[in-house]
Design a protein around this ligand. Structure first.
Ligand SMILES: Cc1cc2nc3c(=O)[nH]c(=O)nc-3n(C[C@H](O)[C@H](O)[C@H](O)COP(=O)(O)OP(=O)(O)OC[C@H]3O[C@@H](n4cnc5c(N)ncnc54)[C@H](O)[C@@H]3O)c2cc1C
Length: 260
């Protein structure tokens, strides 16, 4: 079955011989990592085997929400919403993000009790989530064909357009200096003296630069995450800090994670 039709985004045609960071995979996480790294002046190349956003990142619901998250994810989700707020201006494009609000419908007293359990977490983070009754639920869901017992409602949660977001962020990443290649599957990783030294793509070989801190080489593996640029921001921050050789909290462990 054909996938959704994505917005067009320009890509690069020439495979570079070398890069500071090579990202494998052009989903939401890959293009966001490329954006954040390029903005920090890191020489980054992204290799996507098909088209940008052609897999899971264009097939999701586009929700950008704090509501319902595991409590350990809540701080990351709060940061992600802040990033989405400024993302269109940052990339000079349209991701479709709007703070539309999100509802979790309650159809029974059991649903309401379950929503209450999560609400306690929300209060600890000073979120605007609240339980609403049948009338307010009907008012928020204009045109709904039936009435519900209520809903858990977070007006500050939002939604982006999965078919727009990846192309827009990729365009912003290229404008910031990232090189983005599509139809460029990574087939293998080359090592020398036990360390990663190059990525082998179907179009040729890209050598990885050495980290200025430890002289090892950097590769960002195929990235699987959530619909959150905040996760990409964190990896990008680590990558950039690493390139500068600047110690950070947890530096030792993260340094080992990055320098393969
Ligand atoms: C039904 C459903 C609904 C969802 N709804 C939401 C939601 O509302 N909100 C939310 O936050 N999350 C949602 N998610 C989760 C979200 O869609 C994913 O977490 C997110 O898209 C993952 O992005 P990614 O960039 O890590 O992966 P992907 O989008 O899968 O990107 C990985 C990319 O890597 C490429 N690739 C793989 N191997 C290679 C290789 N060897 N060489 C080069 N390229 C390669 C692939 O072609 C692909 O483009 C939903 C998920 C599902 C299943």
């Amino acid at each position: 079955m054909p996938g959704p039709i994505l917005d067009h985004s320009e890509t690069d045609q020439i495979l570079p011989k070398r890069a500071d960071v090579i990202i494998i995979g052009g989903g939401i996480i890959g293009v966001s990592t490329a954006l954040f790294l390029a903005e920090r002046g890191v020489d980054v190349v992204l290799c996507e085997k098909g088209v940008l956003g052609g897999e899971q990142s264009s097939r999701n619901w586009g929700w950008v929400r704090v509501m319902g998250r595991d409590r350990r994810e809540i701080p990351l989700a709060i940061e992600a919403l802040k990033i989405w707020d400024g993302l269109d201006a940052r990339v000079g494009g349209e991701t479709g993000f709007r703070r539309s609000g999100i509802l979790y419908i309650s159809e029974s007293e059991v649903d309401i009790a379950n929503r209450d359990a999560w609400l306690k977490l929300a209060q600890a983070h000073d979120l605007d989530t609240r339980q609403i009754g049948p009338d307010e639920t009907a008012a928020v869901m204009l045109g709904a064909g039936r009435r519900y017992k209520g809903a858990l409602y977070t007006p500050s949660d939002g939604r982006a357009e999965p078919q727009k977001a990846v192309p827009a962020i990729a365009t912003g990443a290229r404008r910031a200096g990232a090189r983005i290649l599509t139809g460029c599957a990574v087939r293998g990783i080359e090592k020398s003296a036990g360390r990663i030294s190059a990525v082998i793509t179907e179009k040729g070989r890209i050598e990885t630069s050495r980290c200025r801190a430890c002289r090892r080489r950097l590769v960002a593996p195929v990235l699987q995450g959530t619909w959150h640029p905040a996760a990409a921001a964190e990896s990008a921050q680590l990558g950039a800090a690493h390139q500068r050789g600047k110690p950070r909290t947890g530096w030792g462990r993260r340094h080992r994670d990055l320098c393969l």
